[in-house]
Each structure stands twice: as structure tokens, then as C-alpha cells.
Design a protein around this ligand. Structure first.
Ligand SMILES: Cc1cc2nc3c(=O)[nH]c(=O)nc-3n(C[C@H](O)[C@H](O)[C@H](O)COP(=O)(O)OP(=O)(O)OC[C@H]3O[C@@H](n4cnc5c(N)ncnc54)[C@H](O)[C@@H]3O)c2cc1C
Length: 449
């Protein structure tokens, strides 16, 4: 352990990102303390069932779920147009699981590797010494105490409990997420659905991109009827009601549970590190822009964070410069792809219902290949041949009136902006000294002045 500290690493948040980070750092022999505000067993309960792409278990070397944690495994899913049934089969395996049990399992792995969890303990703020983060101040019941550490990892989810308490002079964006910058996700748990047996109500995994709605397996023969919409919870609720009234009017069912939550729906902070500080997961806005899922995309950053922290502790240098490889490795790869996708969202919102029906019908953008690539690679790699074919199809769509003028223009402009943003993130600076110039251009590309 680093001299003079209570821990090598203190992690705020014992959810998926925090527990994965704790597990891997403890395996490397570091003294890791995890501060989790809820009691054991509570994290993940507000969501219940979630799904995770099967290939990520091997990628992150996590054993597959078993027993009660495993709800189901689906090798294909269906993407649906706004109208009609020209569905696209998505050949990409998802595992449906119990989130609280998955989090418990990650916590168990971390504890077995030597990490210590302080449950029911709330982090109040970061402790600073000469502009370096040196630990956290926490409260358990009426008791307040300090935990000093060589590195503090903020994995506290959307509210970013540590990052938002830092002074701006540390060089990290400290603003909390605005209410309009969340994706509001509503889950309705339905049971006793006779139409499911007759095939009138869908089984398996079903995604409705125009409405940002989904119908996935629930417990037993039940289903999860969900939606994720930006801006306001009320808007998400309204669109979900409209979607259900239109697509599935009068479907008999028992509503056994209704829950909702928020995921970040904005670009990540320009830096994920400061002196003695690192942030990962929802706290650093790392959810997939096309679905709002954030478990495995958080693992990607957590894995890099672990390797970066390990190297920095070995060097005996926990400065921002020493932790910078997390920024560079994250933003030049997954971060660049997510930034490009995020830049395309305004165009997606411009597409009319007719546009999306047309794109589905003509296999443009909304093709099985596109959906599979997006899930697997977070981008649709286009060789010159495919690029020309997509461009030709879009032009034909406009000329024949299948695509609206607004939709066509929005798509072309989004492709241009997304390309520029991706390239800019791929050129993320290798040194902190070059960040201000990079950030200035990034802000311009994001339209932030
Ligand atoms: C309804 C819904 C459905 C979803 N479905 C999926 C899905 O199917 N697949 C998928 O990949 N993603 C899904 N997501 C997104 C996913 O849940 C998140 O991206 C993921 O859980 C983020 O993990 P995290 O560890 O960064 O944050 P969290 O899971 O939010 O964990 C943060 C932890 O920090 C703790 N904490 C917060 N503040 C403090 C503090 N001050 N002190 C101490 N502890 C603190 C919290 O209690 C929490 O346990 C869904 C989200 C919602 C809302």
C-alpha cells in the first residue's frame, strides 16, 4: 500500500462499474475500499431485469450467469419499423439477467479478491490537499469520517457524487447533468398476457427505434414493456402510452411492477482524470447513445482505468499526467465512436415516421447488418462500395419522395458532423498540456460556442 494512506484506491459506488474496477484492482494486490450508500443487496433493485450482450462476458473475463441471476438467453432480436411488420432480424446474442444479483456477484468477486465494502455509507465530498484529491469524506449513520487514498475513483452513477464536488481549478468539468440531459427509462413489468401465446404480442427481444421503445422477456412468460426518451419523464410516459395504444391496444395483461430510472444522455466530460482522481461508468456519461445501456461500456473504461491506475501506482506518480492514458485510450476508441453516434442523434429526431418506414423498407441504415454492427462495434464500418450504395439509396429515396427533404438534409449533415467529431476524438491529445486547444475545437464541433 502507498505510504500514509488508508487505502491505495477508494471507489465511490458499488454498482457495476465500481465493483468491476474494485475486483480487478484487488486482484492486482491493491488495498481497495468501496463506499456504497445503499445496504448490501439494494443496488440494481430499482431496475430489476437488464440485458447484456453475451460476447462481453468473454471480453471482460466474467463468468456467464447461472441460476436465479439468469432469466434467459436470446440469439436473435427483432427491430421493428414505426408501421407494419417489415422487421429486421438482429443476429446478436443477448443475455437477460437480474441486475441486483449480477451486482452482488461482482461485489463477491471483489471481496474474495480482497476489496473492502463499506455499505450504507455515503460519500459527502472529495478531500483535497494542494489541489490533489487525497481521499473522501463519508457518513455512516451519525458518524462522519475520512478515508485517505492514493486515487479516488468516482463510479457513483449519474449524479457523479465526487466529480461534482471538485473545484473547477482541478481541470475537470464539475457541472451536474441537467434534467434535460438524461434519458428517462420506464419499465413496465407485464404478466398474464394471453396474446403472447397466440403470437399477437411479441416474444423475445423487440426494439422499436422510432419510438425508442422495447418489449423484452420478463419473469416466466411475462414481458418488460419499456421506453427510453430524453428530456422529461412525463414525455417518456406520454410516448410510451401513445406507442402502446397504437401498437398494442387492448392487450390483456397484469401490470406487476412499474419502475423508472435515468441514464446520462450527453457527451462525457472532456477529461476523466485529475490529480489523484478518476471517473468511470454513468458518472462519466459512458452509456451507449443508441440504447442507453451502460453496463458493458462502463466496463471498457473501468478496464483501462485499472491498467492506468496500476501503472501510475507502480511509478509512484498519481498526477493527472500519469493517469492521462485513461483519457487517451478511452476517447480515441469507444469515446470517439460514442461521440460520433451522439452527434447523429439530432438527425435521428428529425426523421419523420414516413422516413423511418422508408429506410426500414429499403434496408438503408435500419438493416440487420447495421443493427448487428452497431451493437458489436458501436459503428457501421463502410467500405467505399457500401458508402456509395447507401448514398445512392438515400438520393433515390429523396428523388422518389420516399424520404422527406428535412430527413434527407438532416441525415447528410449528421453524417458530416459525426465524421468530423469522430476524427477529432481520435486525435485526442496525448498530453494534458494540449487539452485546452483540443477542447476549444471540440466545443465548437458540439455547438457549444
Ligand atoms: C430503467 C433502466 C434500465 C436499464 N437497462 C439496462 C440494460 O438492460 N443494459 C445495460 O447495459 N444498461 C442498462 N441501463 C443502464 C445501466 O443501469 C447503467 O448504465 C449502469 O448501471 C451504470 O453503472 P454504474 O456503476 O456506472 O452506476 P450505478 O449502477 O448507478 O452505480 C452507482 C452506485 O453508486 C452509489 N452511490 C451514488 N452516490 C453515492 C454516494 N454519494 N456515496 C456512496 N455511494 C453512492 C449508488 O448507490 C450505486 O450503487 C438501464 C438503466 C435504467 C435506468
Amino acid at each position: 500500500m502507498k505510504k500514509g494512506y488508508d487505502a491505495d484506491v477508494v471507489i465511490v459506488g458499488g454498482g457495476t462499474a465500481g465493483s468491476f474496477t474494485a475486483w480487478r484492482l484487488a486482484q492486482r494486490g491493491y488495498k481497495v475500499v468501496v463506499v456504497e450508500k445503499h445496504k448490501r443487496g439494494i443496488p440494481g433493485k430499482h431496475i430489476g431485469i437488464f440485458h447484456m450482450d453475451e460476447i462481453r462476458f468473454a471480453q471482460f473475463d466474467i463468468p456467464l450467469p447461472e441460476g436465479k441471476e439468469l432469466i434467459g438467453r436470446h440469439e436473435t432480436g427483432m427491430a421493428w419499423p414505426p408501421d407494419g411488420d417489415i422487421t429486421k432480424t438482429v443476429r446478436y446474442t443477448f443475455v437477460v439477467m437480474e441486475l441486483p444479483l449480477f451486482i452482488k456477484r461482482l461485489q463477491k468477486y471483489a471481496e474474495e479478491a480482497g476489496a473492502e465494502y463499506l455499505f450504507d455509507t455515503q460519500c459527502e465530498r472529495a478531500m483535497l490537499s494542494r489541489d490533489k484529491v487525497v481521499g473522501v469524506k463519508v457518513t455512516k449513520g451519525k458518524e462522519t469520517f475520512e478515508i485517505s487514498a492514493a486515487v479516488v475513483v468516482d463510479a457513483s452513477g449519474v449524479d457523479a457524487a465526487v466529480r461534482t464536488t471538485l473545484p473547477t481549478r482541478l481541470g475537470i468539468e464539475t457541472d451536474p447533468v441537467k434534467p434535460t440531459e438524461f434519458l428517462y427509462v420506464i419499465l413496465q413489468y407485464w404478466d398474464d398476457i394471453p396474446d403472447k401465446k397466440s403470437g399477437k404480442f411479441p416474444s423475445g427481444l423487440n426494439f422499436y427505434p422510432f419510438h425508442k421503445a422495447f418489449i423484452n422477456p420478463g419473469y416466466g412468460d411475462g414481458a418488460i414493456v419499456g421506453i427510453g426518451q430524453p428530456e422529461r419523464l412525463e414525455l417518456a410516459e406520454k410516448i410510451q402510452n401513445e406507442f402502446l395504444a397504437e401498437r398494442f391496444p387492448n392487450v390483456k395483461h397484469t401490470l406487476t411492477n412499474k419502475t423508472w430510472g435515468r441514464t446520462p444522455f450527453r457527451r462525457p466530460p472532456f477529461s476523466l482524470v485529475g490529480d489523484g482522481f478518476v471517473t468511470v461508468g454513468d458518472a462519466a456519461f459512458m452509456t451507449k447513445p443508441f440504447s442507453g445501456e451502460g453496463v458493458t461500456s462502463g466496463f471498457t473504461a473501468a478496464q483501462i482505468a485499472v491498467e492506468t491506475i496500476d501503472a501510475a501506482i507502480k511509478k509512484g506518480d498519481l498526477s493527472k499526467s500519469s493517469l492521462w492514458p485513461l483519457n487517451h485510450r478511452y476517447f480515441t476508441d469507444q469515446g470517439a465512436k460514442f461521440a460520433a453516434l451522439f452527434a447523429q442523434l439530432p438527425a435521428a429526431a428529425e426523421l419523420s415516421r414516413g422516413d423511418v418506414n422508408y429506410l426500414f423498407k429499403k434496408d438503408i441504415i435500419f438493416s440487420s447488418f447495421d443493427f448487428e454492427s452497431m451493437n458489436r462495434d458501436f459503428e457501421v464500418k463502410m467500405g467505399i462500395g457500401r458508402l456509395i450504395s447507401v448514398a445512392a439509396k438515400l438520393i433515390t429515396g429523396r428523388m422518389t419522395g420516399g424520404l422527406s427533404k428535412e430527413g434527407f438534409k438532416a441525415l447528410l449533415s449528421a453524417m458530416g458532423v459525426a465524421g468530423k467529431i469522430k476524427k477529432h476524438y481520435e486525435a485526442y491529445p496525448k498530453n494534458p498540456a494540449d487539452l485546452p486547444a483540443w477542447e476549444k475545437k471540440a466545443k465548437k464541433l458540439w455547438g457549444e460556442g
